[in-house]
Design a protein around this ligand. Structure first.
Ligand code: 9MR
Length: 801
């Protein structure tokens, strides 16, 4: 489990079960309070029921195959199809083990009609859920499946009850208003839309008021229907045509007033700086300077082997583990530097890769759109960020990326070691640490984990991309990056299938496992080709099945699905790629899927999975899908893509089912208790909240952490599976790869060509270079035509004479 801390902040919703309804039927569970020993309760033969404490307890053997290897149950629970029931129990355990509590058939196929998935804790905790029986089954049973944990533990259950009765209401977040807006605001030339949550089905009037309460505009809503990810009926308010600017606007509809918002062309400028600023605070191996970021965020360097730290300048390898049978190493490695991944102190190459790609790409997109000269003078100019390197003649965003790139180079296995040239998958603590804990206070042993082909291809891709972007500023560094990329590429060719294991994610760090690296291979080939133009890489791009594969899907790209990173760069970065037109078209096709999803979603989000479930890090997914829309806008100049990309930002900034801005410091009601070991004000008021511009991962239907799992024991509706609670690491963490999406989108939305005029750029090369080229070609044409004309005249004259 992630943290050893007691779950003091857990009891947000579920525990307060509503009083039983008047229509409660008789108790259907025999001896649910275990007053008269255990019978008729039974256990699987691996356990013995002990009721000496007044509860039914069992010692559960560790190491069994599945949850249902070890069961405590009772039979004879009659179930009537369509009838509503309440199912209650109190459970505890000596280890944080997830168990399954089921009301089900007593024989194959063991179909269940109610399932609760609590995670055990030492304090007995009551649960009560409601369910409507899906079957007529007079001989139902209640079982607690408690197997599958790695070690022995003790499970206790008491007060088990099933009776007919009204369904209890699930836990719901409070929202301040049903008029959901982008709480930061809107661009004057962009889409200006809000969502009204209402039970009304007919159009309703809306009013737009300015800061003094004067009416600026009125209109009627457009009923859209139910957004399946919110299970709410939504109307659209569209005030895109209102030509006003300022701050403090509000919308009124259906008797509700929205949070205030701005209409301003500079809307995303500060967000760009703040979102990028997150990375400096995530730096490992360097002191964070209070003069740059404010004293509350200052801290000593983490993981430079200063006690109690035991890394990262000479880190040994992970002890032998069954999932990496046969791998040992006895060297030590200097893997200082880089960015901490998230709320934990792990540094992972897979994920580090996509994050640094997007930070680099924030710069490369500016080059494509504006050309070097304009980009160097624009909002991403040197000296605009609060980092130690500001003013060194290099754009800050490249300096920030270098911090991570140099660390990734250090993660490459040196010559003479097993797997030389491959890249260690990650460096992390030996076990999960508690919260709060500053990096320099971490006393855990640190270890590098077995190299993986995915990590190796991540380095190949981003080192190649970094090489071409750093080349004008530091040739030597650029050359070293390219060398690392080439070595990684060759090593991955030699060892194409060394995969990180999903099992390597329970002991102090995340797994970032991936068994399909064809997309990483393609991404690396694309970046190496764009940087070098070499035939070898052109051939690798052309030969990759990923090059022409259909990438459309609910998730356009993320740390595991990286094909689109290569595809978008091949479309936008100048090259001689023979089929570039087709590649460009394919990026537009990819964006079309985001557009399609947005069309089915009623809060502006370009994410509407067919199963209506949100993945872990849904806000990152939404912003990455928006990146494809922005890329299509850049490629085609079609305003529909610009509109869609901008509207996507509405969702993360407050236009959603929870009325929540997921960006700290932006909007009125924003996330500020993301899971983090230093920005932990919720646990210790002397510590800061996350800095402004920090994105929360956001709603996650699978709610894997105990706080969220226990708040919604029967699951939750996608957009609502979110708690602004520091212990809810599966819904409310912050990561470098989510803030890199935010940085990219904020920079795109604040660039002149997007924010001001509304005109979109049709990118084909590094900005002005292409128009210049056009002029050169045109001028040469005029010159040649002129010369021909002179020659013709001279010839005619000669003929005449
Ligand atoms: O963002 C990752 C998500 O896509 C995965 O489903 C999840 C489980 O493997 O891990 C997430 O990444 C976490 C990582 O494993 C450890 N550091 C924090 C990351 C964000 O929660």
């Amino acid at each position: 489990m992630r943290s050893a801390l007691p779950l003091a902040l857990v009891l947000l919703g579920m525990a307060a079960a509503p009083p039983a309804a008047a229509a409660d039927g008789p108790e259907l569970i025999p001896n649910g309070s275990f007053d008269a020993a255990a019978a008729p309760w039974w256990t699987t033969p691996d356990m013995v029921a002990d009721t000496s404490s007044g509860s039914l307890c069992v010692d559960v053997p560790g190491g069994s195959a599945s949850a249902w290897s070890s069961i405590v149950g009772v039979d004879g629970v009659p179930l009537v199809k369509g009838e509503t029931y309440r199912f209650g129990f109190t459970v505890s355990g000596t280890a944080e083990v997830p168990i399954r509590a089921l009301v089900q058939m007593n024989t194959e196929p063991w179909t269940s009609t109610s399932e609760v998935g609590p995670i055990m804790q030492a304090e007995p905790k009551p649960y009560e859920v409601g369910f409507t029986s899906t079957m007529d089954w007079p001989a139902g049973q209640v079982v607690f499946q408690v197997g599958g944990a790695p070690d022995d533990w003790r499970f206790c259950v008491d007060d088990v009850s099933v009776h007919t009765g009204e369904l209890p209401a699930p836990f719901e977040q409070e929202t301040a208003t049903r008029v959901r807006v982008n709480q930061l605001g809107y661009l004057p030339t962009g889409p200006k839309r809000a969502s009204l949550v209402t039970e009304e089905t007919d159009a309703l009037p809306w009013q737009l008021l300015d800061a003094s309460g004067e009416e600026v505009a009125t209109g009627a809503t457009t009923p859209r229907g139910e957004d399946r990810t919110a299970e709410e009926n939504v109307h659209l308010i569209d005030f895109s045509d209102e030509d006003v600017t300022g701050t403090g606007f509000t919308l009124i509809a259906d008797g509700e007033t929205s949070h205030p918002f701005a209409i301003d062309a500079d809307l995303y400028a500060d967000l760009t700086t703040d979102a990028l600023g997150y990375f400096y605070l995530a730096r490992s191996g360097t002191e964070i300077d209070g003069d740059l970021v404010g004293d509350e965020y200052a801290r000593p360097a983490g993981h430079l082997d200063v006690a109690p730290n035991t890394g990262d300048t000479a880190v040994g390898c992970q002890a032998p583990r069954p999932w990496y049978a046969g791998w040992t190493c006895d060297g030590t490695f200097d893997v200082r530097g880089g960015w901490y991944d998230a709320g934990d102190h792990g540094k992972y190459v897979v994920n580090g890769g996509i994050a640094v790609h997007q930070v680099l790409d924030t710069w490369e997109r500016a080059l494509v759109a504006q050309g070097r000269e304009a980009a160097e003078a624009g909002p991403l100019a040197d000296g605009t960020a609060s980092i130690p390197e500001a003013g060194n003649g290099v754009p800050d965003v490249l300096d920030e990326a270098r911090w991570q790139l140099e660390w990734m180079q250090r993660m490459q296995v040196p010559d003479g070691e097993q797997y030389a040239g491959l890249v260690f998958h990650k460096v992390q603590d030996d076990g999960w640490t508690g919260l709060p804990l500053a990096p320099h206070e971490d006393a855990q042993a640190r270890q590098v984990h077995r190299p993986s082909t995915a990590a190796t291809l991540n380095l190949a891709a981003v080192a190649a991309k970094g090489a071409r972007l750093w080349e004008p500023y530091d040739e030597e560094f650029a050359a070293s990056l390219l060398e690392s990329a080439r070595v990684a590429w060759a090593a991955a060719a030699e060892t194409p299938d060394l995969y990180a294991s999903a099992l390597d994610g329970n002991e102090g760090g995340g797994p970032y496992d991936d068994k399909d690296v064809s997309d990483e291979h393609y991404w690396a080939a694309a970046e190496l080709y764009l940087t070098t133009g070499d035939d070898e890489f052109a051939d690798a791009v052309a030969a990759s099945p990923v090059h022409t594969a259909d990438l459309q899907g609910a998730v356009a790209f993320d740390w595991q699905r990286t094909a689109a990173l290569g595809r978008m760069d091949l479309a936008l970065v100048p090259s001689e790629l023979p089929d570039r037109e087709a590649v460009r078209d394919s990026v537009v096709t990819l964006a079309d899927f985001a557009l399609y999803q947005q069309g089915k979603a009623f809060f502006g989000q370009p994410y509407q999975p067919s199963d209506a479930r949100f993945e872990w890090g849904s806000n990152g997914i939404i912003l990455n899908n928006a990146v494809t829309l922005a890329a299509a806008a850049d490629l085609t100049g079609d305003p529909a893509y610009r509109t869609a990309a901008l509207e996507s930002l509405d969702y993360v900034l407050g236009r959603n089912a929870l009325d929540q801005s997921y960006v700290t410091g932006y909007g009125t009601q924003f996330s500020q208790n993301q899971h983090h070991r230093t920005f932990a004000a919720q646990l210790d008021p002397t510590l800061p909240h996350p800095p402004a511009g920090t994105l929360s991962g956001g709603p996650n239907s699978s709610i894997q952490d105990p706080v969220a799992a226990q708040t919604w024991p029967q699951g939750c509706v996608a957009q609502r599976c979110y708690l602004d609670n520091i212990q809810s690491w599966s819904t409310n963490e912050m990561t470098i790869n989510w803030n890199s999406s935010l940085t990219w989108m904020a920079a795109w939305a604040s660039s002149d060509e997007v924010a001001d005029s509304g005109a979109t750029f049709v990118g084909t090369s590094y900005g002005v270079e292409q128009p210049t080229l056009v002029w050169v070609v045109a001028a040469a044409g005029v010159l040649v035509a002129g010369l021909l004309a002179v020659l013709l005249v001279l010839r005619r004259r000669r003929r005449r004479s």
